[in-house]
Design a binder for this molecule. Structure first.
Ligand code: ZN
Length: 505
């Protein structure tokens, strides 16, 4: 979700300081070279977290069934995957299980990408869904949590949230990060302390991260075209102007080969049109991903039309921000012209259905947007289940159009895997093919939800009836992060979530 106008609550006091624990950022071992196409920066050598509990990289994994990209979602039988240096070296279907290979029963998929996350929203789960209200009243609860976080609590909350993602089969997260500064807006000694905490959290959880550093300058846009100043908890989001934002981000050098830095503009409400070209140019200069919330709520369109006489999508297009590196998050309320512009641009549309329905955003024009690439995000983490997000894209489109079958299993899985990874700057991940990063998600068919499924249609069963709880083993960059449903690095993920969330509240 995109937040927005000033809630008028009191700002917290200043709290400058360093990031306890942020230096723990350890990369995924065996991560190999980074994908091209993202911001560069200094990176410390990856170090193994103490007590990591990961076994040696397997050489050969034999998958009873594996989805290797078929459009109809049909998996191949007997797929032998050979791995070296964190990369898949060969994929061969129709094989018998070699004696020296580890066998994965049921269905194996490429690693899942969670393309839109606000890690700190995990602290709101179960606390904001009833009692009426609107997107805007929900946002006030979100701001109260935002006001209480410092680099230490942010690190612990994000580590637990990312560990929950890994348990759900996520091997890469796109973190839409705007909690840059201390409450009240004063700078930490390291002005990127909060971003560094997220990068460290992802390393601790064995998940790759694209830190989408968000330019957030204004507290809202009224329909006369006036941008309000940041107020209350929003003050810690801001860098003054796009040049100040760019200067800070350019200095950020995340530790670990598991991390990339991308760019983001929060929305046309939070970044005035005159500032957007600078954000777009910053991303273009570095060939980096550029993400932006777009038209999640009708009120954004009304304000934008009042201010500029143009839709948010058109404002972004005119600013040079609608490119094949762009991800438009939500894109719920689009005009016909907007849809045409998105399709022409090559931009990815990132859908977050469980959040969009929780916040009563509306239904996107998914079928109209095709063949635009789609990606998936869990956004506020009301649920953390990429299978639920994937099927909801198709099922919501059925509700909107009264037709079944706009998106089949293959298209939904591509959104959850290759398209999601590519939108985050990891074009070499999200597919079971030679040369790709060795990310595997194993989903056996022996649980109560999937028992009785036709193995030859296992991907249909997993996408339309499975859940994150069915994920048994997860490998990222050639290393097991989840074994038998337990996180190898954060074994008591639930306890860590419980402790830090109750501390924040
Ligand atoms: Zn969002």
């Amino acid at each position: 979700m995109s937040g927005g106008e000033a809630p008028g609550t009191a700002a917290g006091g200043p709290g400058p300081g360093d990031v306890p624990g942020a230096a723990s950022g350890a990369g995924l071992r065996g991560a190999g070279e980074r994908a091209s196409g993202a911001l560069d920066g200094r990176r410390a050598p990856a170090a193994r977290p103490s007590g990591a509990g990961r076994g040696p990289a397997p050489r050969r994994v034999w998958c009873e069934w594996a989805w290797t990209g078929a459009e109809d979602g049909a998996p191949d039988h007997g797929v032998l995957v050979e791995i070296s240096g964190g990369r898949i070296t060969t994929v061969a279907a129709g094989t018998r299980a070699p004696a020296d290979a580890e066998t994965l029963t049921g269905l194996t998929l490429p690693g899942l990408a969670n393309a839109h996350s606000h890690a700190f929203h995990r602290a709101l789960r179960g606390r904001t869904h009833t009692g009426g209200g609107s997107f805007w009243t929900w946002r006030e609860a979100m701001y109260r949590v935002a006001d209480r976080l410092d680099p230490d609590t942010y690190l612990r909350l994000a580590r637990a949230a990312y560990a929950e993602m890994a348990l759900a089969g996520v091997t890469c997260v796109g973190e839409f990060h705007y909690l840059h500064h201390a409450p009240g807006g004063s700078r930490y000694a390291d002005p990127n302390a909060m971003g560094a905490a997220l990068v460290a959290a992802a390393a601790d959880a064995g998940v790759r991260i694209t830190l989408l550093d968000v330019c957030y300058l204004s507290g809202g846009l009224d329909d006369r075209g006036a941008h309000r100043p940041l107020d209350g908890p929003q003050r810690r989001f801001g860098d003054g102007d796009a040049a100040g934002w760019a200067e800070r981000v350019a200095r950020f050098a995340p530790a670990g080969d598991h991390a990339l830095v991308g760019a983001a503009a929060h929305s046309v409400r939070a970044v005035p049109a005159a500032q957007l070209p600078d954000v777009a140019a910053f991303a273009a200069d570095r060939d980096a991903p550029l993400h932006v919330h777009v038209s999640e709520q009708p009120a954004e369109n009304t304000a934008c039309l009042g201010a500029y006489g143009r839709t948010p999508t058109r404002v972004l297009s005119d600013a040079g921000a609608l490119t094949p590196r762009t991800s438009l998050v939500h894109a719920t309320h689009l005009t016909d012209d907007d849809v045409g512009a998105v399709r022409l641009s090559g931009a990815t549309v990132c859908l977050c259905p469980t959040t969009e329905r929780d916040l009563a955003d509306g239904l996107p024009r998914t079928g109209d947007l095709l063949p635009a690439p789609l990606s998936l995000g869990t956004d506020q983490h009301a649920q953390l289940d990429l299978f639920e997000e994937a099927r909801a894209v198709e099922l919501h489109e059925r509700l909107r159009t009264h037709r079944r079958g706009t998106l089949g299993t293959g298209a939904l899985l591509r959104a959850a895997t290759a398209h999601g990874h590519a939108s985050l700057g990891w074009a070499d991940a999200g597919a079971l093919r030679a040369g790709a990063r060795a990310d595997l998600v194993n989903v056996p068919l022996d649980g109560v939800r999937l028992a009785g499924a036709d193995p030859a249609r296992a991907a249909d069963a997993v996408v339309f009836a499975g859940s994150a709880a069915d994920v048994r083993h997860v490998m990222a960059d050639g290393r097991w992060t989840v074994r038998d449903g337990v996180h190898a690095l954060v074994p008591d993920t639930a306890r860590e979530l419980d402790t830090v969330i109750k501390e924040i509240h």
